[in-house]
Design a protein. Structure first.
Length: 418
């Protein structure tokens, strides 16, 4: 066993010309996908990976502890203060974490997100080098939403090989971002989608030194230094990188996720409407398939450690037992039927949906009223997607954004997909 530990430790001892390039994530019950996520991001080029966990029951914590013993990543318990939510709590811990404070570049992202590099170099180092040569100190990476691809059954196959269909690039509801940036804890406060400049520096020359590029290596607009969590039409770009967001996975996997909760403790997050919004499969995207052989080789090296292998197989057995229990419930078939119906909602029907995050209270109230009125889940999904009320709420938010842009001297443009 000592020999396997030595081999695995050597895998993690890569260097970058850009210093420590760190991935920071938060997880809850992600053991079934953890090894693939870690393997992929070590292969992409991160030198360090730090994961915070809360309320896990499937072996995620034990697997991360073993990965840390093997020198492959770091694990920290997310101790959540009373009245706080898990994700902001983890970011506060990360802000004060010496490992993060000593990092040179940082990217905060989730367990259902995989960084896909399209830069000509094919590497994270090459992309950062190109950005630095252009005078930049950050890259704003836009989501590409991946759907179920029609996959219903649970599978042990890698996520990046199972789900190969995604939303069209111009689907603006899927334009959330994650930001890879040159980190200095004195100037920056970590955030979910992008960091924020600390208040004491806002009225200094520091904001003028912030030069971020979009996912195609083009300059971001200045407003994004101060505000925003998603791309707009003028800032969208995928030529260098995108963040593959596997928000739903298979119907079985989604059902497990719905019942086990999530890192933000939003109990109603994984409802039918969420699946309807995120199950986008209009275009093939096999950008990560080329990494399949290297990924499988790295996973095999991970599993050469008998302790990690046992923890991994135990976690799979745990999730499969949980799924079997769910399937024994008479209501499970109804859930599956509803999700399959939601899968059939056309992309064009989603043009007026406000959020790619959980529905706002007004929409949830509408769902409850429609359900009480005897409408089917499929009808509800369609009605919510096409609701003038939700469209009006989106217009209200867009109007506020447009006013903000005008104050900065920018001319807002329509960002609807063409």
């Amino acid at each position: 066993m000592a020999g396997s530990a030595t081999i695995l430790t050597e895998l993690a001892k890569r260097k970058s010309p850009h210093g420590r390039v760190m991935a920071v994530s938060m997880m809850k019950d992600e053991a079934a996908y953890l090894l693939e996520w870690v393997a992929h991001h070590l292969a992409v080029g991160f030198t360090d990976i730090l994961v915070y966990t809360n309320d896990c029951s499937d072996g995620t914590v034990e697997m991360l502890q073993r990965l840390e013993e093997l020198g492959l990543c770091y694990h920290r318990e997310n101790v959540i203060p009373e009245g706080h939510k898990p994700q902001p709590s983890a970011l506060n811990h990360a802000q004060a974490e010496p490992l993060v404070q000593s990092a040179d570049w940082v990217l905060v992202f989730d367990a259902d997100e995989f960084l896909a590099i399209s830069h000509p170099s094919g590497t994270l180092d090459g992309m950062i080098t190109d950005a630095v040569n252009r005078g930049a100190n950050g890259i704003v990476i836009t989501w590409r939403i991946f759907g179920s691809g029609g996959v219903v059954d649970w599978s042990r196959a890698p996520v990046t090989e199972q789900y190969l269909r995604a939303a069209p690039p111009l689907w603006n509801k899927g334009w959330g971002v994650k930001t890879l940036f040159k980190f200095d804890p004195d100037y920056w406060k970590l955030g979910i989608h992008r960091p924020s400049i600390k208040n004491k520096w806002l009225e200094t020359d520091f904001p003028d030194t912030v030069k971020w590029l979009n996912g195609s290596g083009l300059p971001m607009e200045d407003y994004f230094k101060f505000r925003g969590w998603r791309s707009i039409r003028r800032t969208l770009g995928y030529d260098w990188a995108q963040m593959n967001h596997y928000a739903v996975k298979s119907v079985d996997a989604y059902a497990i996720r719905k019942f086990r909760g999530n890192v933000n403790n939003k109990k109603a997050k994984y409802d039918l409407a969420y699946f309807t919004i995120f199950d986008r499969n209009e275009q093939a995207d096999e950008g990560l398939v080329k990494h399949g052989p290297a990924l499988r080789a790295k996973l095999a090296e991970f599993l050469s450690d008998p302790i990690l292998a046992q923890l991994y197989h135990d976690s799979l057995a745990f999730h499969e037992a949980r799924l079997a229990t769910l399937k024994s419930n008479p209501g499970y078939k109804q859930i599956i039927a509803s999700l399959r119906a939601a899968h059939e909602t056309p992309y064009s029907a989603l043009s007026s949906v406000l959020f790619t995050q959980p529905l706002p209270p007004v929409a949830k109230d509408m769902v409850a009223q429609l359900r009480a009125g005897g409408h089917s889940d499929r009808e509800i999904a369609q009605m919510i997607a096409q609701s003038p009320l939700i469209a009006a709420k989106e217009a209200e938010i867009d109007a506020a954004d447009a006013a903000f842009y005008r104050e900065l001297g920018l001319t807002p443009i329509r960002t609807s997909p063409e």
